[in-house]
Design a protein. Structure first.
Length: 120
């Protein structure tokens, strides 16, 4: 009889929505202003309050620069969930890249640590 494999426990995953409050508090304490995307119920589905590809958080930094933050889950790679999700991620990446190219602050953030690392 072969010994059974013991499953390695996965680290707890934090949902984007759970990080939003912590990020919001951090940004406000640092003097930045942000408005987060809202999902609007339309029948049996939800639609975004923002155009496809736009960041979850749009606002400005305390020094007046445009700010775009795309929240992501803590576990997993960015844009890893198949072709359709990859296309959406590529649109998000293009939006963030455009913000940066125009002198704004744009980033993907999994937690407050990512905001700190970006100098916010």
């Amino acid at each position: 009889m072969m010994p059974r494999k013991v499953a390695t426990p996965k680290p707890p995953d934090t949902l984007e929505s759970e990080n939003k409050d912590a990020m919001d508090q951090y940004l406000k304490l640092r003097g930045h202003h942000i408005s987060w995307e809202r999902k609007i119920r339309a029948g049996h589905r939800f639609i975004s309050s923002r155009p496809r590809g736009w960041a979850d958080g749009i606002g400005w930094t305390r020094d007046g620069r445009f700010l775009a933050i795309e929240r992501k889950r803590e576990c997993g790679d960015l844009g890893e969930h198949g072709v359709a999700k990859r296309a959406h991620f590529d649109e998000q990446r293009a939006f963030i890249d455009n913000v940066i190219a125009c002198g704004g602050v744009g980033l993907f953030a999994r937690s407050v640590k990512d905001l700190e690392a970006a100098g916010l």
